[in-house]
Design a protein around this ligand. Structure first.
Ligand SMILES: [Fe+2]
Ligand SMILES: [Fe+2]
Length: 236
């Protein structure tokens, strides 16, 4: 793991709780790609096509991945991460839902609240995303794999796929989790209206029938409060 993504990716080395994390042990798959620059470039090219497809089909809208990246980068700055690390996080966060590409079309393009079986299928986008990205050499994609895997884990342990809690969850994923929910609330979907900034903030900080503030890292919520004016001004 390169120094620049070290803090964002902590804790690394797999969670020991099931799905695991793409590893970079000597001889592991990432190292193989790193030794074959042509293959790595091909992987990035394929990835660009996949991202465009996710953007086209995701009910949260084509700009959702970029906005989650920008908000995640703003929150990261509140943690004292330098500009390079904030940029790295912003890029990597755009990959958070790339695993949705591997889902059946009827689950991906849903136009209603999912039933329990479809929801379980949808939850697989975390491990599928990590698997799609696991062979990359570029640090931003490696961080993207970790975010794809862990962005639905929750501070209180109620998330998926591994039920991680607290600081077991990589910092990058704790930042993206808040950015993702904020942007989803602000977005219109086939089955719900878009909320304005104040209402989105209220639902995250106070909770509603689907969101509990306990699912988020309290330090990230404090960062969200401090940077709220800047986030409210982001173009939509
Ligand atoms: Fe997701
Ligand atoms: Fe998302």
């Amino acid at each position: 793991m390169t120094a620049s993504i070290e803090r964002l990716a902590l804790p690394l080395g797999g969670t020991g709780k099931g799905s695991g994390t793409p590893g970079d042990a000597p001889g592991g798959p990432w190292m193989v790609v790193a030794r074959m620059p042509g293959l790595a470039a091909l992987h990035e090219e394929a990835l660009a096509g996949m991202l465009a497809r996710v953007a086209e089909t995701d009910p949260e809208g084509p700009d959702h991945p970029m906005r989650v990246g920008r908000i995640g980068g703003i929150l990261a700055a509140e943690f004292g991460l330098d500009a390079g690390q904030c940029d790295l996080l912003a890029r990597a966060a755009t990959l958070h839902d790339v695993g949705k590409l591997a889902l059946p079309a009827d689950v991906l393009c849903h136009r209603h609240v999912l039933d329990p079986a479809a929801r379980r299928e949808m939850e697989r986008h975390t491990v599928l995303g990590a698997a799609l990205l696991a062979y990359a050499a570029a640090p931003w994609i490696r961080l993207g794999a970790l975010i794809a895997l862990t962005h639905h884990e929750r501070w209180d342990g109620s998330g998926y796929p591994d039920g991680l809690s607290g600081e077991e969850i990589p910092l990058a994923a704790r930042l993206v989790a808040v950015a993702d929910v904020y942007d989803a609330l602000r977005s219109e979907r086939p089955y719900k209206d878009a909320q304005d900034h104040e209402e989105a903030m209220r639902r995250i900080l106070d909770g509603d029938d689907r969101i509990s503030p306990g699912q988020f890292d309290p330090a990230v919520l404090a960062a969200l409060r401090r940077r709220a004016p800047e986030i409210a001004r982001l173009p939509r």
